[in-house]
Design a protein around this ligand. Structure first.
Ligand code: E4P
Length: 217
């Protein structure tokens, strides 16, 4: 499973990239707005740090506007993936972009029918939002399993990108379900490293070593 960071914060992205585990980045208009930076400049910075797919979202909601923004975003760097909302106009644009060879991430997916239509339209990725479904007492992970099942039945190549991740268990469940990608906020990437037995075990090893006379160097 590929790991993307779900962030527009350049410090978080840099830190996650330095961990050697990062395959890509997803941003969205809310994450970008939080940074208070020029969108273009921010994307220029991100592409310098991460050599992998970087999702940048359009804010138009009509086909022509989406296409205009998408083509501009795609020109910035070959790694830019244009993130498009899962609405009728969005999927019309995805079909055109797919024929132009522009990669897309179809976002705000909350149902298997939406995911099926995304694959038919030629989306590169579909982003089902797990946490936001869990928030309204619908099992978000079940949606991931359903989409993977449908895509496997027909050999669709659209990649399933598990989004709206709220805790490390979501990551484990997405990996077990066979999600192609999981996009994870920085705080949760950090939590994934932690285990109390690793911390206490290391402390013991280092304390015991201090009592030892032999040294390697
Ligand atoms: C996906 O790409 C979105 O940016 C993100 O995962 C949304 O997560 P949220 O529900 O925590 O806002």
């Amino acid at each position: 499973m590929k790991i993307f960071i779900d962030s527009a914060n350049i410090h978080e992205i840099r830190e996650a990239a330095s961990m050697g585990i990062l395959d890509g980045v997803t941003t969205n208009p809310s994450l970008v707005a939080k940074e208070g930076k020029n969108f273009r400049q921010l994307l220029d910075e991100i592409v310098q740090v991460v050599d992998g797919p970087i999702s940048a979202e359009v804010v138009s909601i009509d086909k022509d506007g989406i296409l205009r923004e998408a083509r501009e975003l795609a020109k910035i760097h070959e790694n830019i993936v244009v993130k498009i909302p899962l609405i009728k106009e969005g999927l019309k644009a995805v079909r055109v972009l797919s024929e132009e060879g522009i990669n897309t991430n179809v976002t705000l997916c909350f149902s298997p029918t939406q995911a099926l239509l995304t694959a038919k339209a030629g989306g590169t990725y579909v982003s089902p939002f797990i946490g936001r479904l869990d928030d309204i007492s619908i099992d978000g992970m079940e949606l991931i399993r359903q989409i993977i099942g449908i895509y496997q039945n027909y050999g669709y190549t659209t990649q399933v990108l598990a989004a709206s991740i709220r805790h490390p268990l979501h990551v484990v469940q997405a990996a077990l379900a066979g999600a192609d990608v999981c996009t994870i906020p920085f705080k949760i990437i950090d939590q994934m490293f932690q285990h109390p037995l690793t911390a206490s075990g290391l402390e013991t090893f280092l304390n015991d070593w201090k009592k030892n006379e032999s040294k390697l160097v």
